[in-house]
Design a protein around this ligand. Sequence first.
Ligand SMILES: Nc1ncnc2c1ncn2[C@@H]1O[C@H](COP(=O)(O)OP(=O)(O)OP(=O)(O)O)[C@@H](O)[C@H]1O
Ligand SMILES: [Mg+2]
Length: 240
Amino acid sequence: MILEAKGVTKYYGKKAALVDFSYAFHPGIYGLLGPNGAGKSTLMGVMTTNLKATAGELLLDGKNIREMGKEYRRYIGYMPQQQKLYDGFPFVRFLYYIAALKGIPRAEASAEIEKTVRAVNLWEAKDDPIGTYSGGMRQRALLAQAILGNPQIVIMDEPTVGLDPRERVNFRELVSSIAEDRIVIIATHIVSDLEKLASEIIFLNHGHIIESGTMEELLARYAETMEEPSIEKIYMQLEK
Ligand SMILES: Nc1ncnc2c1ncn2[C@@H]1O[C@H](COP(=O)(O)OP(=O)(O)OP(=O)(O)O)[C@@H](O)[C@H]1O
Ligand SMILES: [Mg+2]
């Protein structure tokens, strides 16, 4: 599987949010790192076809994702930055609703939902209305709806916002455990979310890729000019 972005550009009116973004995503965990306004959510919007690019295209195994329509939606699990959850619904009912939207057969839905709810540590609270959930529980509920049905491409926009340190560790373990044979893309401005997790990092600012590579490549690239290079230090230097 390969997801290729080719010259993806997005303008909001005259404002350039993403400019000529080209990158090839293979199965693995990708960190999209950049400050507020860098264009992370815009890129994710285009990748999930929720936003239409001004120019450029995305190809999944050579097929334009916009032309794939529904078929592409089945590949995608998306955890948006803004929480949109049905507060009156017990969480488990919400997941049955999402399962139906994703076209998961009813016979498989129960087992799939149980697996997912347990994975995000919400089993005890599964029958409670989502409106009663804490911020961290809501975040895990959002993660659950994204990974339900084993999508091949998982796109997460600032997934650890509001998680306490314990849940951050759980999140990293969960992402590692689902990452095999999948493309996982995590947008964040928190470097520690990606360290020991992401195999490749793309630094984005003002809509442009300003640096990218595997962890090893990046650390090697800065080894001569930086004392004990780390992703955090590289990020700080690039933001200067
Ligand atoms: N609907 C919109 N209309 C106009 N401008 C927008 C819109 N959405 C985003 N922008 C602008 O596009 C740029 C990129 O925004 P985007 O939300 O993609 O950044 P981000 O990296 O996700 O930031 P954050 O870390 O704050 O979530 C910003 O300058 C933002 O102001
Ligand atoms: Mg954003």
